[in-house]
Design a protein around this ligand. Structure first.
Ligand code: ATP
Ligand code: MG
Ligand code: MG
Ligand code: MG
Length: 473
């Protein structure tokens, strides 16, 4: 089917509306009343109030498209086909209402029905928790090839205490020809490194409660929480190699081509990474600033600073000197306008904020790079590989290089940074010490928020003493 990203997003919401769901608008990227979270990182994060019982929803069936930021994926951006720091999560939720026997047929219907996305069911694979035979049966009943139903021990959400349960992930097979994979590539399986099988949708069945005693008991009210990455879904429907050739990113990449020193997308792997990082970070900072987070030396502000500077450095790799990222704000606004008018509406303020930050960094970038390249050249001469902490700190303090950026730059040269030495130098400047360490990771798990909620339990559930594995990602 020939569908735009806006149409696909709307189709998802419409589909769940026909199944009795209320559409909840996207919440701000800045968590409200939730000091445990730096950024909203999943659809369920903003619905915590319904799942912990502090607010009773008018309708227990909810659907949303939620903007998310995950800084833990920053190093994946441009390297994998499927990760951004900013993405949208499409979700449907049951607050103590429907459960497995509804949600599984619906997911299958949305993806494969000719009335909806019309995907070939043969391309779909699912992973399930080995003991969750209900889910395995239901997938087979709706029409997933039994050979495509995998049992994976990791498919269990559990952070040690509180609500938990099995989950099931849907993967799309992009085929042997994807990335010219060799036959029998050991990484060709759902979740494998080569990304032939793309994880697109995660469905969590929150049915148990992990007690402090270690026992698992059934929850009186079972919940459903799902999350599907819009960009991944669009890349499947639009038949692109990565999320970045979709209509969500291409106008940004094309604009960067025009600003660059005659570089073209899809001609050099190294340049492509820079194009993708810039396109991703442009979206992230546009939305973050639009939601009221401003560049600074701590917390969210430090994340924004780090992303802007990282984009500027990648711009330089493409031969772009001086501020340019701010020029992408109107394009981000235009692409996203139909569902998120906030970037277009605040375009001037967002551009101005980004431009000021770029300018601050651009002025010292060349001097910083000269220092850094000098240190690297000296080390190479001496056959050494560790950049000293003092230089790293000087780059940070005098030239505005976030430590993580220096580490990455060093890494590309096969080197590392003496991070303890950096910290030591930092401590010598006590005033700044507390500030610069504010980039707390935003967690990578969709259901982390749900997991934190502790609910009372009434029933003794089935034996789950093997289910102690926490989900590794
Ligand atoms: P992956 O294993 O690919 O990193 P995940 O298991 O960490 O994904 P979940 O926490 O299950 O992701 O989130 C639900 C869905 O959100 C994923 O199936 C995916 O479609 C989407 N998603 C998660 N992280 C990202 C990201 N960094 N960029 C784009 N989409 C993402
Ligand atoms: Mg997942
Ligand atoms: Mg992940
Ligand atoms: Mg995963």
């Amino acid at each position: 089917k020939n569908l735009s990203s806006s149409e696909i997003r709307q189709m998802f919401l419409d589909f769940f509306q026909t199944k009795g769901h209320t559409i909840e608008p996207s919440a701000s990227l800045v968590p409200v009343n939730d000091p445990t979270l730096l950024w909203v990182n999943s659809g369920v994060a903003t619905l915590k109030k319904y799942f912990d019982g502090s607010v009773v929803p008018k309708n227990p069936r909810i659907t949303n498209a939620q903007k998310c930021i995950r800084t833990n994926d920053i190093e994946n951006v441009g390297k994998t086909a499927r990760h951004q720091t900013f993405f949208e999560m499409l979700g449907n939720f049951s607050v103590g209402d429907y459960f497995k026997k509804e949600v599984i047929p619906w997911a299958f219907e949305f993806l494969t029905s000719p009335d909806w996305l019309d995907m070939d069911p043969e391309k779909l694979y699912v992973t399930t928790y080995p003991k969750d035979t209900d889910t395995q049966k239901l997938w087979a009943e709706v029409g997933i090839d039994p050979d495509h139903i995998y049992k994976v021990e990791d498919n269990f959400w559990d952070i040690g205490e509180g609500p938990c349960g099995p989950d099931s992930e849907i993967f799309y097979d992009r085929g042997q020809s994807f990335n010219n994979l060799p036959e029998n590539d050991p990484e060709s399986y759902p979740g494998g490194e080569n990304e032939r099988y793309l994880e697109v949708w995660n469905i969590v069945f929150s049915e148990l409660n992990h007690l402090p005693s270690g026992k698992y008991v059934e929850q009186p009210h079972k919940n459903i929480d799902t999350g599907m990455g819009l960009e991944r879904l669009v890349s499947i429907i639009q038949g692109t190699k990565t999320n970045f050739e979709t209509d969500l990113f291409m106008p940004l990449i094309e604009h960067v081509e025009g600003l660059s020193d005659n570089r073209k997308y899809d001609t050099s792997d190294a340049d492509d990474v820079s194009f993708k990082i810039i396109a991703d970070h442009a979206r992230t900072v546009s939305f973050a600033v639009g939601d009221g987070a401003l560049p600074s030396n701590e917390g969210r502000g430090y994340v924004i600073r780090r992303l802007i500077r990282r984009a500027v450095l990648n711009g330089k790799k493409l031969g772009i000197n001086g501020p340019f990222l701010y020029k992408l704000v109107p394009i981000v606004g235009k692409i996203m306008e139909s569902y998120y008018p906030e970037v277009s509406q605040q375009q001037e303020f967002i551009s101005k904020t980004i431009k000021a930050e770029e300018k601050r960094f651009s002025e010292t970038l060349n001097d910083g790079l000269q220092l850094l390249n000098g240190v690297i050249a000296d080390l190479k001469k001496d056959n050494e590989q560790v950049i000293d902490g003092e230089s790293a700190f000087k780059l940070f303090d005098t030239y505005g290089f976030p430590l993580e950026m220096t580490v990455e730059y060093a890494h590309d040269e096969g080197m590392s940074v003496d991070e303890d030495g950096f910290k030591h130098n930092m401590e010598l400047q006590r005033e700044r010490a507390r500030q610069a360490r504010g980039d707390l990771q935003s967690m990578g798990m969709q259901d982390e928020t749900l997991m934190e909620i502790k609910t009372p339990s009434e029933f003794i559930g089935y034996d789950h003493n093997e289910a102690t594995a926490t989900l590794k990602d």
